[in-house]
Write a protein that binds this ligand. Structure first.
Ligand code: TXA
Ligand code: MG
Length: 327
């Protein structure tokens, strides 16, 4: 927190109020915020992100008490999860309140909501006093930003103000749970582990093969690096590296500290525990891209805890690139 901050928050609120875009830090990744009640602002947000308009946005609110402003009704299940995990990296899908324009929800009658856990985000939400719709502050399909300079580099002059809150603590996006149908269903693994949610519920989370359809925007290719990316086991590292090295390709490797890595153009080690790995994931992928590698081989952490979200993002980074992934 710096001395200039109150005036910065006031400036951010003024920008949002006149339909502008403000990037702000959350504990997960930086968000690109717009007034969730203002369809024109939301349309500009989609344009800047170059995101298809049927891909719905998350509405960020300042506290649990504001939930009834954005949700038509709040099932008991939702109240329980919100009370346990907010502020924090859990997004709940609820029946859409009538004050949330369909532009925000991609035409759906449900709305995604969360209370982020970051002092700057909470200060902004408290001063604004209404929901802020915010996707991750990157162009559609690219790796999400975990530092203010990532946002400035990706979006440049297209964003009216970037609030700098340093590096994001969690490092990847929130967990999304749909509670709009009377039971809890996992739509995206993220910053709250499935284990923690199941411990609170006292039963397993529903997960099904329809996830890709139900959470639009969860396209196969997403979180894409410029380099081609492959997830490999530590044991295959050497044999998977060999053909790329033989043809003279610039090769990068990302792996948990302690992994034996062959001689390659760029190697990056991250903490082996899933939460530490998650925190460093996007920044490490950016760093490898910045070193101009053509191929990245990644050794993933275990799928326990935040490792499930890491595996999910890596499998999307590794998916064959469609036309939408290049932005
Ligand atoms: O951690 C996060 O969640 C970050 C920070 C900024 O809060 N935000 C974020 O937003 O990751 P975005 O737009 O990159 O991802 C939002 C996801 C999309 O996959 C979208 O499909 C899903 O939320 N979503 C939003 N509304 C939904 C709805 N009504 N039903 C199903 N999925 C929804
Ligand atoms: Mg995103």
């Amino acid at each position: 927190m710096t001395a200039t901050e109150p005036s910065l928050i006031a400036e951010a609120v003024a920008i949002l109020a006149r339909g502008g875009l403000v990037a702000f830090p959350t504990e997960t990744v930086y968000g690109l915020g717009a007034d969730a009640r203002n369809p024109a602002a939301i349309q500009r947000l989609f344009a800047v992100k170059r995101r298809p308009t049927e891909h719905p946005l998350i509405v960020h609110i300042g506290s649990l008490s504001e939930l009834s402003d954005v949700a038509r009704h709040v099932p008991e299940l939702a109240r329980r999860l919100a009370a346990r995990f907010w502020p924090g990296p859990l997004t709940l899908i609820l029946p859409r309140g009538e004050r949330v324009p369909l532009d925000v929800t991609g035409g759906q009658d449900t709305v995604a909501v969360r209370v982020p856990q970051h002092p700057l985000a909470l200060a902004l939400l408290a001063r604004f006093g209404a929901g802020i719709a915010a996707p991750s502050a990157n162009r559609f399909g690219a790796v999400s930003p975990t530092r203010a300079e990532h946002v400035r580099r990706d979006l440049g002059g297209d964003v009216d103000l970037v609030l700098d809150g340093g590096a994001c603590e969690v490092g990847l996006e929130s967990t999304i749970v749909d509670v709009s149908r009377g039971y809890a269903q996992l739509l995206r693994p993220g910053g709250v582990s499935v284990e923690a949610i199941e411990a609170e519920l006292g039963e397993p989370l529903e997960r099904d093969a329809e996830i890709v359809v139900r959470a639009p925007g969860q396209l196969a290719s997403h979180y894409a690096t410029r380099a081609e990316l492959f997830v490999v086991s530590p044991a295959e590292l050497e044999s998977r590296a060999a053909p790329h090295l033989a043809r003279g390709a610039r090769l990068g490797v990302l792996a948990p500290a302690g992994t034996a890595i062959p001689e390659v153009h760029a190697r990056l080690f991250v903490a082996p525990d899933p939460a530490g790995y998650a925190r460093a994931l996007y920044e490490s992928l950016r760093a490898l891209d910045d070193q101009g590698v053509e191929v990245i081989l990644v050794v993933a952490p275990s799928k326990q805890g935040l490792g499930l979200a890491v595996a999910d993002r890596l499998s999307r980074s590794a998916a064959p690139r469609g036309e939408t992934s290049s932005g």
